[in-house]
Design a protein around this ligand. Sequence first.
Ligand code: AHR
Length: 503
Amino acid sequence: MRTARFTLDPAFTTGEVNPRLFGSFVEHLGRCVYTGIFEPTHPTADPAGLRQDVLDLIRELGVTTLRYPGGNFVSGYRWEDSVGPAEDRPRRLDLAWRSTETNRFGLSEYIAFLKKVGPQAEPMMAVNLGTRGVAEALELQEYANHPSGTALSDLRAAHGDKDPFGIKVWCLGNEMDGPWQTGHKTAEEYGRVAAETARAMRQMDPSVELVACGSSSQSMPTFAEWEATVLAETYDLVDYISLHAYYEPQDGDLDSFLASAVDMESFIENVVATCDHVGARLKSRKKINLSFDEWNVWYTSRWHEIENSDARDWPEAPRLLEDNYSVLDAVVFGSLLIALLRHADRVTVACLAQLVNVIAPILTEPGGPAWRQTTFFPFAQASRYGRGRVLDVRVDSPTYDTKKYGETDLLHATAVRADDGTVTVFAVNRSRTEPLPLEVALSGLGLTSVAEHSVLADEDPDARNTLEEPERVTPHPAEGTSLNEGTLSAVLEPLSWNMIRLA
Ligand code: AHR
């Protein structure tokens, strides 16, 4: 196999990594909340009902911003059902996921949960622009953020939360372009209500950061036109436009699946172009940033079976979307993380969808253990060491042929330089059969040694962590990686995620 190469130079950088790039997502969906993070009867539960075993794993994962409460769920969300004494809260039908929502876990519990995750955990709250509108968004904002002395802020205090929640980042609805969304809208309809809501929320607090809904995927027929229309209405009022993308193999085509980040990078670049086009039309100096607030590998077919059925039995916290990820999935997932880092100049918020049980890096059993999926490891490593300035990486790599994306590089890589001068390279070898030799020229970075080369790979690409074997897959150290006279040399195992730390 020909050697893949790239050069790192401190003078050539892409952008600073915003810690919000390592966000995740807690939706009232399946068992993400109930028996995921919240299970009062679990042996490890604290007095608030939060599972300590899950909290420990969340901290280890290193998530920052946590989007809540949906997703599709938010388009039917009545925030007032989720506050006040838990025993008085109503049970409601959740049309999005055909479940019964008990509201046992609500807004106050979410904020308390974030505090326990740690100081880096920041709220990102979505308002319902599906079945509701400006008035309810304002009520929620007043309840959550106004210090005191009004009906809703005093109600919050009466409910036991004297201090305001200080929610800075707000999503103006969710996937409003999707026909599956309760209260789905055209771009014109949504652009208008998003602008009205944004204007009103800023009247209450000009410092809020607002995310307008972009397309729910690049493959939507209205993609790009939707963004342009929505931004024409909201450009001066919002800070971000959202992107959502999920990947899975189609018709068993694993080679294209492994190149999913090609689609993700083009999606990002197309949205940037659209934002800047609207900005140019408006003669604005302002730049809209990207909130990639749902991304992951997701095997959607099992959900579509339920979605297309007539069943309406409204279970509580059913097992939904509980994908169990393989090594192959984790390599694709790592490559998606690399794509986000490579665009850190404009992608300043990103949320891995989701956090626990639902297409998640952490799985739990009710009353039983919690464990790390294969995807846990790339995320935890990137969140820990992917902090600093992204260096401009342009690879010269051997290629392979994919049905969806044509000729594609076998190497996908990025590198981040921390404030202390250390550099971490994140790299994926997309070859399913061949090791990939790698050489990186590092002149001018003052690096002298390899602190760590950690690999996620397995002889069985289908290997995964399960209840029976929760530690079947973990990262292992690579052998033979060296740094001599300004050149890093390594061999990337077939189908592998790699983190190489240079000191
Ligand atoms: O993350 C699962 C679902 O995917 C979200 O609720 C929705 O926004 C998206 O379609």
